[in-house]
Design a binder for this molecule. Structure first.
Ligand SMILES: Cc1cc2nc3c(=O)[nH]c(=O)nc-3n(C[C@H](O)[C@H](O)[C@H](O)COP(=O)(O)OP(=O)(O)OC[C@H]3O[C@@H](n4cnc5c(N)ncnc54)[C@H](O)[C@@H]3O)c2cc1C
Length: 209
C-alpha cells in the first residue's frame, strides 16, 4: 500500500483519478473527503463551517432568526464539543425535533428543550451482500449485517409504497449479483477478511491536504 499526502484529487473518471500531476489508473475509487453542503447557508447569509454547513443553535435555528430552522446535511450541529455526522439519523431526529417545536409554537406552548441527538449506532454496506453493523451490544459483519441493514433502512423509510419499491430494488440488486462479476461497493477492512469480489486497491490518504 502506498499513501500519498498533501495533494488534492482534481479529476475522477471510469479509468482512474488525477492526483496532482499524476494520473493513477484504477477500477475502484473511494471518496472519503466528505461532501459540500447545499448553498442554503449562503442564501441565508448565516455563519457556516468549512463544508458550508450552517452553524445552528441548540434549537436548530439560525442565530438571530428564530423562525428559520436548518437540519440534516445542511446543518452544523455541535454536541459534546463535536459536530454531528452528516448521516441520516441526525437528519431524521432533527426533523422530528423541529416538527415538535413548530407544533408547540402553534399550540401556544413554549418548547424549551434543546435538540439532543441519540446515537443509535452505525451501519455500512461494504459489499453487495455484506455489511458492518454496530449498535449498542450488536456488532456484526457479513450477510447477517446486510439483512439488518436492509430491514432497518426499510423501517425508516416513509410510506408503504416506497418501502416496497426499495425492497424490490434490493432484491433485484441481490440476485443480479450472482450474474455479474466484480463488486461496486467494497471497502478494505482493518483485518483481512473474505469479502466477496475483493479488489486490488491503492489507498490515498488525506488528499484534502
Ligand atoms: C453516497 C452516499 C451514501 C450514504 N450512505 C449513508 C448510509 O449508509 N447511512 C446514513 O445514515 N447516511 C448515509 N448517507 C448520508 C445521508 O444520505 C444524508 O446524511 C441524509 O440523506 C441527509 O438528509 P437531508 O434531509 O439533510 O438531505 P437529503 O436526503 O439530501 O435531502 C435533501 C433534499 O432536498 C432536495 N433539494 C436540494 N436542493 C434543493 C432546492 N434548492 N430546492 C428544493 N429541493 C432541494 C434534494 O433533491 C433532496 O431530495 C449517504 C450519503 C451519500 C451521498
Amino acid at each position: 500500500m502506498e499513501i500519498i499526502k498533501g495533494v488534492h484529487v482534481t479529476e475522477l473518471d471510469e479509468h482512474g483519478v488525477q492526483v496532482g500531476d499524476e494520473y493513477i489508473e484504477t477500477d475502484n475509487a473511494f471518496w472519503l473527503a466528505g461532501v459540500k453542503a447545499s448553498p442554503a447557508g449562503e442564501w441565508l447569509g448565516a455563519e457556516v463551517d468549512r463544508g458550508g454547513r450552517v452553524k445552528v443553535q441548540s434549537d436548530l435555528t439560525v442565530p438571530g432568526h428564530p423562525n428559520i430552522f436548518v437540519i440534516g446535511d445542511t446543518a452544523c450541529v455541535m454536541q459534546d464539543g463535536k459536530p454531528l455526522p452528516g448521516v441520516a439519523q441526525p437528519a431524521i431526529q432533527g426533523g422530528h425535533y423541529v416538527a415538535k417545536v413548530i407544533a408547540d409554537r402553534i399550540a401556544g406552548r413554549e418548547h424549551r428543550e434543546a435538540f439532543k441527538y441519540v446515537d443509535k449506532g452505525s451501519m455500512a454496506v461494504v459489499g453487495r451482500t455484506y455489511a458492518v453493523v454496530e449498535s449498542g451490544p450488536i456488532h456484526t459483519v457479513g450477510f447477517f449485517g446486510f439483512v439488518m441493514w436492509v430491514f432497518l433502512h426499510l423501517y425508516y423509510l416513509i410510506g408503504y409504497r416506497s418501502r416496497v419499491q426499495v425492497l424490490l430494488t434490493y432484491f433485484l440488486g441481490y440476485f443480479s449479483a450472482f450474474r455479474r462479476k466484480g463488486g461496486s461497493r467494497i471497502i478494505m477492512l482493518g483485518r483481512r477478511q473474505a469479502i466477496p469480489d475483493y479488489p486490488q486497491a491503492r489507498t490515498l490518504d488525506k488528499t484534502t491536504g
